[in-house]
Ligand binder design. Structure first.
Ligand code: BDR
Ligand code: CA
Length: 314
């Protein structure tokens, strides 16, 4: 049976591919999409979610706008990686997919309480909406099957030397999620930097030949150019779709159980995930942490999603 899922995201190029993968694959029942400020302002990430769904012919999935700033401190965006629109590269048509009139917290609450089975939450942006949901509606906790998130790292940062972007944007929200007692899977940079959209990957997507494949090729091209310039990598890490890929194919990732603490106070390390891989703190593990990735299986899933959504439109 398909896994019921809500995506909470900040599209964002890699978030966009996660939407495509979740909508395309029969193992996933995509119930809703909620958006948050992250890669760009929430107005832009919400517009982008609607653009992506329109471009891919994804209809009937409610999309609601969430928090426009972190629980504490100023909002920050990632224009140097995702551009001024948050999804620079392709020329998107005006979206025809509507915006749900509810705010994200209400949509999350309603969906969790009305769905017959517990639902998996898949956050791929700052964890503001999820933390705010748990604070506002603690009764939804028992309706959450698990949280599979992209964020953090076992060994490096990308926004500061120590902190990954999603966690760095809202460390207090991340801390609340990791200490919630809910089953959490953390897919961080140590895993996502294994799936780089190199020119051969982009060529494989473009070769599918559909209008959607062209848009996807343009997204990957822009994203990879930015990573090449900013980080000197041979392609962009397609971070976020590792979450849904893991739900589709649990063998695709190797995970270890570990305690994850979010650094809230460090002068140089605020927003870092401190992952106790070697169990030196004596603290009980509170997360599954991804360490290994089957890279070929991942790209097969991504190209398969673009193929299947593109074919449905033709
Ligand atoms: C994360 O930050 C964002 O820029 C990406 O969409 C991803 O969720 C990687 O650090
Ligand atoms: Ca993201």
């Amino acid at each position: 049976m398909a896994t019921p899922v809500i995506l909470d995201c900040d599209p964002g190029h890699d978030d966009a591919f996660n939407i495509l993968l979740a909508a395309a694959h029969p193992a996933i029942d995509l119930l809703a999409i909620t958006t948050v400020a992250g890669n760009q302002t929430v107005a832009k990430t919400t517009l982008n979610a609607r653009r992506v769904c329109t471009a891919a012919g994804i209809e009937g999935v409610p999309i609601a706008a969430g928090r426009d700033r972190p629980l504490h401190g100023p909002v920050r965006v990632a224009a140097s990686i995702h551009g001024e629109s948050g999804l620079d590269g392709p020329g998107f048509a005006d979206p025809t997919v509507p915006l749900d009139p509810r705010d994200a917290l209400t949509l999350l609450h309603d969906t969790l309480l009305t769905h017959p089975e517990p639902v998996t939450l898949v956050p791929t942006g700052p964890l503001t909406n999820i933390a705010a949901l748990l604070l506002a509606y603690p009764e939804v906790k028992e309706r959450i099957a698990r949280i599979v998130l992209m964020g953090g790292s076992t060994d490096r940062g990308n926004t500061t030397p120590a902190a990954e972007f999603n966690i760095h944007c809202d460390p207090e929200a991340a801390d609340l999620v990791f200490t919630s007692g809910l089953p959490v899977t953390m897919i961080g940079l140590n895993a996502s930097h294994q799936v780089l959209a190199t020119p051969d990957v982009i060529a494989r997507v473009e070769a599918l030949g559909t209008p959607l494949a062209r848009v996807c090729g343009e997204m990957l091209g822009f994203f990879s150019d930015r990573y090449r310039e900013v980080f000197g990598l041979p392609g962009a890490p397609l971070h976020d779709p590792l979450t849904v890929a893991h739900l589709i194919d649990p063998e695709l990732l190797g995970c270890v159980r570990a305690h994850v603490a979010v650094e809230l106070h460090g002068r140089h390390t605020r927003g870092a995930t401190v992952v106790d891989l070697h169990r030196v703190t004596g603290q009980e593990p509170n997360a599954e942490v991804a360490t290994e990735v089957d890279v070929d299986r991942f790209w097969d899933l991504i190209t398969g999603a673009v193929r299947s959504l593109g074919d449905r439109q033709s």
